[in-house]
Ligand binder design. Structure first.
Ligand code: SF4
Ligand code: SF4
Ligand code: SF4
Ligand code: FES
Length: 586
């Protein structure tokens, strides 16, 4: 439909023919409005939300129902406006965009700081009464943020290729970490409060070692890293680093140098190669591994370390250059490397801070200085990560925790380099935004276990054929599946498309909602009900009423309803009937 503010008449459409006469008349009048100083013309009767969407402006909504309300001219602009996250400013007033119709000449503000503050406050009010975990507690214990419950579901189902894919999203050396990581994730595992934590670290190691074994045996797996035969280019060169330029990158045309082939450098090489950069990995020793080599022994056999490192060095796009130390101590070194590469990552754990300073990099007392979440140094295009940033932390009792921290650094630095080279701006790595439940008391924990997907009541099982007390490879596939079945799947099943999560993160709302509502004394008890394949978690209900309207639309004989008043209002099935009865048709 076309027209302008003078009221030009549009061609009638089939939809208009079917509309009642007064609506047809209304939609033939066009209004000229301004949204964030951008002029647009929309039919009379359009809501502010709809008008903003025609300009591609994303106004958050939670209680607005896209599928039926406000869409046709039949529906009045009568959203219940319970969430108040769609607020906009109009001539000094603040109104919900979903329930306000445009008027000719209207000036609408949707992006001012004041409006954003109000939307954040509305989100925090909802979050203050919202009990759940977007991401599982164990994921916050893992510095690499491995999707642990996702890995558990794949292992439980016996889908080891999928488990490996999930693990490789954040950790490229699971077999090594499966042997030496002190498993900070298990300290936060909810299962710990029932009997013992799920054996997260061993299961991750099981997947890593299964991948190595199948690669060795020539089995075809989905992940490119284990399909290769392990051929590694070893262009051995003695003396100072003099990198060669050997052709264009395979996809992005960009080249990245990594100095140091320990846990950080290897991890960064893996992800940069996956992003399509050509990577050259320079190492002063005659092999890769760095400080990981100090850990070899019964616990971490050298053969396993070598085999997993080979899966990285053998990746397409990675060239390994051993015996190529960087002669730190003068400003020319970095300039020379920088001239030959689009970006440089310093990942050598043993470099002396004074030498780095003399090379022109800003350092503090605790090591090399980098931007928070960006890994950028004081020199453009030069990044740094890993133990180089915390030289005083090594060696000590926590050094194995630092290995997984170095892996996390390597991936995050690779992401930062990717955004620098591809987007021309660096997006700092953000902490994982998540609603998190307080520690559950015994009754809540029992209710949680009772409604977990497979109840997970099996006790912790030790691998029966393990040669030693710490052999991750000791699990058979069945034992691994049994162990993974103990997981309670604490992450939220709605996580991938949850708008509360999306907007909470985008508006930097406090996930606990405390900044608006004060600390919530008591959260509702965790309850899960299954009905007709529908998962209902009352403790996460934001009282938007969408489910009530959908059951009305579908003409459910019983349906759902709002029960109670004020803050005590709850969604439920009327007349005390069951969820299955309430959703008989859905
Ligand atoms: S994903 Fe959404 S519904 Fe689930 S806990 Fe997080 S905010 Fe709540
Ligand atoms: S039970 Fe599973 S999802 Fe929950 S914290 Fe433990 S490993 Fe993570
Ligand atoms: S249960 Fe109903 S009212 Fe509660 S958040 Fe879900 S759709 Fe909205
Ligand atoms: S979407 Fe407008 S008030 Fe909820």
């Amino acid at each position: 439909m076309t027209g302008d503010a003078s009221g030009a008449i549009a061609e009638p459409s089939l939809g208009m023919v079917l509309m009642p006469l007064h609506r047809r008349f209304l939609f033939r009048i066009m209004y000229k409005i301004l949204i964030d100083d951008v002029e647009t013309t929309v039919p009379a009767g359009t809501t502010v939300l709809e008008a903003a969407r025609t300009l591609g402006i994303d106004i958050p909504t939670l209680c607005f129902h896209d599928g039926g309300f406000h869409k046709g001219a039949e529906e009045p602009a009568c959203a219940p406006t319970t969430c108040q996250v769609c607020l906009v400013g109009i001539d000094g007033r603040v109104v919900p965009a979903c329930a306000t119709r445009v008027e000719n000449g209207m000036r609408i503000e949707s992006e001012t700081d004041g409006i954003k503050r109000l939307r954040r406050a509305a989100l925090e009010l909802l979050l203050s009464d919202h009990a759940g975990d977007c991401f599982a507690p164990c994921q916050f214990g893992c510095p690499a943020r491995l999707d642990i419950p996702g890995m558990m579901r794949a292992i439980r189902a016996g889908d080891h290729a999928e488990a490996l894919r999930i693990v490789h999203e954040t950790i490229p050396i699971p077999a090594i970490l499966g042997r030496i990581c002190p498993a900070p994730c298990e300290k936060l595992c909810r299962r710990k409060d029932i009997d013992a934590p799920v054996a997260i670290c061993r299961l991750k190691g099981f997947i890593g070692e299964t991948a190595l074994r199948t690669a060795r045996d020539g089995a075809v797996k989905r992940d490119g890293a284990v399909e290769r035969d392990g051929a590694v280019e070893r262009a051995r060169k003695d003396g100072p680093l003099v990198p060669e330029i050997d052709g264009e990158s395979r996809t992005t045309g960009k080249r990245v140098a990594i100095v140091g082939a320990g846990a950080t450098g290897l991890t960064a090489a893996h992800y940069l190669a996956r992003f399509g950069f050509r990577v050259e990995l320079f190492e002063q020793a005659d092999g890769a591994g760095g400080r990981l080599r100090e850990q070899t022994g019964d616990r971490l056999p050298e053969s396993l370390l070598d085999a997993e490192i080979e899966t990285i060095l053998g990746q397409p796009g990675i060239t390994f250059r051993p015996n190529t130390p960087v002669r730190w101590g003068n400003a020319d070194v970095l300039r020379e490397i920088r001239e030959r590469f689009d970006a440089v990552l310093l990942a050598g754990g043993s470099c002396d801070v004074n030498a780095l300073k003399q090379s022109g990099l800003d350092c503090g007392e605790k090591g090399l200085l980098v931007g928070p979440g960006t890994y950028t140094t004081s020199r453009n295009g030069i990044f740094a990560a890993g133990t180089l940033l915390r030289p005083n932390a090594l060696p000590n009792a926590r050094s194995n925790v630092l290995v997984v921290r170095s892996v996390a650094d390597g991936r995050e630095a690779a992401e930062s380099i990717h955004s620098h080279l591809v987007d021309n701006r660096i997006h700092p790595v953000e902490p994982l935004w998540s609603v998190r439940m307080k520690k559950l008391d015994k009754t809540e924990l029992n209710a949680f276990v009772e409604t977990a997907p497979d109840r997970g009541m099996r006790p912790r099982c030790e691998p029966k054929n393990a040669a030693g007390g710490y052999t991750a490879d000791g699990y058979t596939a069945d034992e691994a599946s049994e162990q993974a079945s103990r997981c309670l799947h604490c992450d939220c099943p709605g996580q991938s498309d949850c708008r509360l999560l999306h907007y909470g993160r985008a508006y930097r709302a406090n996930p606990s909602g405390e900044s608006v509502a004060g600390k919530t004394a008591e959260r509702p008890r965790m309850r899960l009900l299954h009905g007709q394949g529908i998962l209902f978690e009352p403790s996460k209900c934001i009282k938007c009423g969408l489910c009530v309207r959908i059951t009305q639309q579908r003409r459910e004989p019983i349906g759902l309803t709002l029960i109670g008043r004020g803050f005590g209002v709850e969604i439920g099935v009327p007349f005390g009937r069951s969820l299955n009865e309430g959703l008989g048709r859905s």
